[in-house]
Design a protein around this ligand. Sequence first.
Ligand code: SF4
Length: 213
Amino acid sequence: MVSPLLWYKEKQVEKTINSLAKNNILGFYVKNEHELLEKVKEFIKEDSVVAVGDSITLFETGVIDLLRKGKYQFLDKYREGISRKEKDQIYRDSFSADTFLSSTNAITEEGELYNIDGNGSRVAPMIYGPSQVIIVAGINKIVKNIEEATRRVRHYAAPLDAKRLNKNTPCVALGYCINCKSKDRICNSFVTIARQFIKGRIKVILVDKELGY
Ligand code: SF4
């Protein structure tokens, strides 16, 4: 007999992928990093220009390594010794990349992507520019609806990110968001991607793991 937990998870993933499809976003489910990397290779053409948004998940799953070692024109904003100016240029060049990869802060069972961003360099190319956007996310990012997504990101993901970035913000002291006006505030844009004009421009690969936050 399938365990109730497994049954619930499968139903949740199935519902999310079906809802994404209704919004012209293609969803895929993979069991592990190996299957994920095979999917990514399948979607990205050799020699194409690839950019990424800030994401722990892309490092955890080996996607960044794949992009560095593969036959891609990878706009590597993490490369050692990169200057602020070069990084800013990569942010701008990301709009004309063939593929943009990122994770997301939350995916709703209604088929939406929800993100909070600081300078917008992660969410802006998700919305406009690259002809293909690949979102990689652990199933821990699935939530019921936008209300739950907002709560998750605001009181969980954003404080953890502020902590990771060593920011001097109230959430780092308290462990939750107080909608601060701090100089170090990282939450500037609250973005819901609800639908796409072009079917399949955004692809979401759900990995059967807890990844990122
Ligand atoms: S708004 Fe301020 S307190 Fe809230 S999560 Fe963002 S940085 Fe932290």
